[in-house]
Design a protein around this ligand. Structure first.
Ligand SMILES: NC(=O)c1ccc[n+]([C@@H]2O[C@H](COP(=O)([O-])OP(=O)(O)OC[C@H]3O[C@@H](n4cnc5c(N)ncnc54)[C@H](OP(=O)(O)O)[C@@H]3O)[C@@H](O)[C@H]2O)c1
Length: 322
């Protein structure tokens, strides 16, 4: 089969599209003929050796796939050949076929596209867990979403609206702000004078919940705009820099800084994780959420796509097609 290989950690352009052996099927796994691969921001960090997970090289990157089951491990009983599924793994997704543990595979409804099902895993899964379990976002609260036109950002906007929050999107240019508004944000603003704008928008009260996948310099501003008892959700550091917090701000405003690690949630709380995914699938089925599939590219273009995402070029979810 064809796959993307990371032979050694280094520049993204070094990853290779080439012929490799088919995957081994373990007894607790299903073999999937991959139709869609969801591209995630960390994939680009992983192949450079800049992510917390550092697999032994060579390896196939990619954590999110959707397609058809073509073979079952000997201990798998809940699936059959031909099922349409989406699956989550740590690695091995950038390939024509991949084996995924059945406990991380979901059957998908006939009316759900493979592309949408990929987006519902990591992007919607993270934003849902962040706002529901970690942020405890409530109806009529204010929610500020950074990186609002990116894949977790759009998911956070749509889920924030389902919960009934007033959603303020922050994005770096007019085109991205328009995307955020088209996806349900009540308001979309840029990074300039952010502190003053957020103060005005909240009538001086401050923001109840902030969803921050960006980090870097803007974090200090965010910490200074929190409402009393607000929750500042630490999602990621797309800016490339991990900010420091002046903890006196948390004392004075009595706000919480809340870490979010969806991968750890999926592994440590499998029952809650499954419940969350069922809720997302139901919302999708009822038309309450709709992933923005920004682009589709052949799998062979993986390096160009990863470079684009890391250069701030993502709009919605990007999918690779083997
Ligand atoms: N904690 C978790 O469980 C979890 C799960 C999934 C993802 N993440 C992390 O969350 C972050 C965002 O993921 P995503 O899938 O939403 O990514 P994405 O689709 O690429 O969006 C990231 C957004 O960040 C903003 N950004 C600001 N500075 C940037 C820079 N220097 N380079 C790139 N983007 C920059 C961009 O929006 P503007 O141009 O508008 O600023 C961009 O749209 C990543 O760090 C990822 O690793 C964490």
């Amino acid at each position: 089969m064809k796959a993307i290989i990371c032979n050694n950690f280094g520049p993204i352009k070094n990853i290779e599209y080439k012929e490799v052996d088919d995957p081994n099927l373990e007894e607790d796994s299903v073999l999937i003929k991959v139709s869609s691969v969801g591209v995630n921001f960390p994939d680009g960090l992983l192949v450079q050796g800049k992510y917390q997970l550092k697999p032994e090289t060579p390896f196939i990157p990619g954590m999110e796939v959707a397609g058809e089951v073509i073979e079952l491990g000997s201990k798998v009983s809940d699936f059959k050949v031909g099922d349409r599924v989406a699956g989550l793994s740590r690695l091995s997704g950038y390939a024509e076929k991949t084996a995924v543990k059945f406990s991380s595979v979901f059957k998908i409804p006939d009316n759900m596209s493979f592309d949408d099902s990929c987006a519902l895993l990591c992007a919607y899964g993270t934003s849902h867990y962040a706002l529901k379990q970690r942020g405890q976002l409530k109806r009529n609260e204010t929610l500020v979403v950074l990186g609002a036109s990116g894949s977790t950002g759009i998911a956070a906007i749509q889920i924030g609206k389902i919960i009934g929050a007033k959603v303020i999107a922050v994005a770096s240019n007019a085109e991205k702000q328009k995307i955020a508004k088209n996806n349900g944000a009540d308001m979309a603003i840029g990074y300039e004078n952010l502190k003053e704008k957020l103060k005005d928008i909240s009538d001086g009260k401050g923001i109840d919940v902030i969803f921050d996948p960006v980090g870097g310099d803007v974090f200090d501003t965010l910490a200074r705009t929190m409402a009393r008892k607000g929750r500042l959700l630490v999602i990621g550091f797309a800016s490339g820099s991990i900010p420091k917090l002046a903890v006196n701000l948390a004392l004075v405003k009595e706000f919480s800084v809340v870490g979010v690690f969806w991968g750890a949630f999926t592994r440590s709380e499998p029952v809650e994780y499954k419940k969350n995914m069922i809720e997302l699938f139901n919302w999708h089925n009822n038309g309450l959420i709709k992933p923005l599939i920004g682009e589709n590219h052949p799998l062979s273009d993986a390096s160009k796509v990863l470079e684009k995402i890391l250069a701030r070029g993502a709009k919605g979810k990007i999918i690779l097609k083997p």
